[in-house]
Design a protein around this ligand. Structure first.
Ligand code: ZN
Length: 273
């Protein structure tokens, strides 16, 4: 089990630093190892990776942890390859996922904010905060962008509503999710998204928990919602199928652990026991 403690500025260098190299939204993965892990100082030194930027993101098991944005995919570290993060879910625990989620978002923020949106001058890292600032004008500081989203498990006694997104594998069903719009509350967003995507009304909305989701920077706010009225009508845009599933006869769903969708489902199943 790992322990990840986020931080913005380093004050303890008693342990050797560790590194998560990120190339084009992919993570360096050690193919012959059973779990995801960061690279060591020695491995980074001889990796042949060209660093665009490096960011201290906190401590992993008390060791300083850096996210490193790299500009080449070829590495001299044996038996490694840059891998899509979703493919690595089965080989990472929640603490590692939180560290990697932070690494990806910091790298994405740094790579995508080179210039001031007001005057076009080059941006610089602020010395006191995790933020970028413009030296030429008085533009507000640019912080890593986080997009709040709702994700909800809709239930009706011993059935739950699960939907198939047109981009999912064939038999994978999940909970309803969507981005909160400017000026909207999370609860209003939930009712709107549910109505838009599957055509029904819900009530008795109860907050569950939240999760950072680095694709590219969502904060998922998890809720349970009870069915109120209406017939399921998939929007046929994002959702091509949605059904009530009896809890003892579920399709493939995201596993609990790394995905809040899986946690919502498991929590509801446990609540019925
Ligand atoms: Zn400016």
């Amino acid at each position: 089990m790992n322990i990840f403690t986020p931080a913005n500025f380093i004050d303890d260098t008693s342990k050797e630093s560790k590194y998560f190299p990120v190339y084009n939204s992919k993570l360096l993965h050690f193919l012959k190892e059973s779990s995801v892990r960061p690279a060591t100082e020695d491995e980074m030194k001889w990796s042949g990776l060209e660093e665009k930027s490096r960011h201290f993101i906190g401590y992993l098991d008390d060791a300083p942890l850096y996210a490193v944005s790299v500009s080449n995919e070829q590495t001299m570290i044996p038996d490694t390859t840059f891998t899509d993060l979703r493919a690595l879910f089965p080989v990472m625990n929640m603490q590692l996922f939180e560290a990697i989620s932070r690494a990806f978002q910091i790298v994405n923020w740094s790579d995508s904010n080179k210039y001031c949106g007001y005057c076009g001058s080059e941006l610089h890292h602020d010395e006191r905060e995790r933020a970028m600032k413009c030296h030429n004008c008085h533009a507000p500081l640019v912080y890593p962008k986080i997009s709040p989203c709702i994700i909800t498990l809709i239930h009706k006694d011993k059935s739950i509503l699960l939907a198939h997104n047109k981009n999912f594998p064939v038999n994978l069903y999940s909970t309803i999710a969507g981005f909160i719009e400017a000026g909207e509350s999370a609860e209003a967003c939930l009712m709107r998204e549910v109505k838009e995507e599957v055509g029904i009304e819900v009530h008795n909305i109860k907050y569950f928990q939240s999760q950072s989701w680095p694709f590219p920077g969502q904060l998922m706010l998890g809720y349970f919602a009870e069915y109120k009225s209406g017939e399921i009508t998939p929007d046929n845009d994002e959702i091509d199928d949605a059904q009530w599933f009896e809890v003892d006869n579920l399709p493939n769903t995201p596993p609990p652990g790394v995905s809040i969708s899986g946690d919502l489902i498991q929590h509801y199943l446990n609540s019925l026991k």
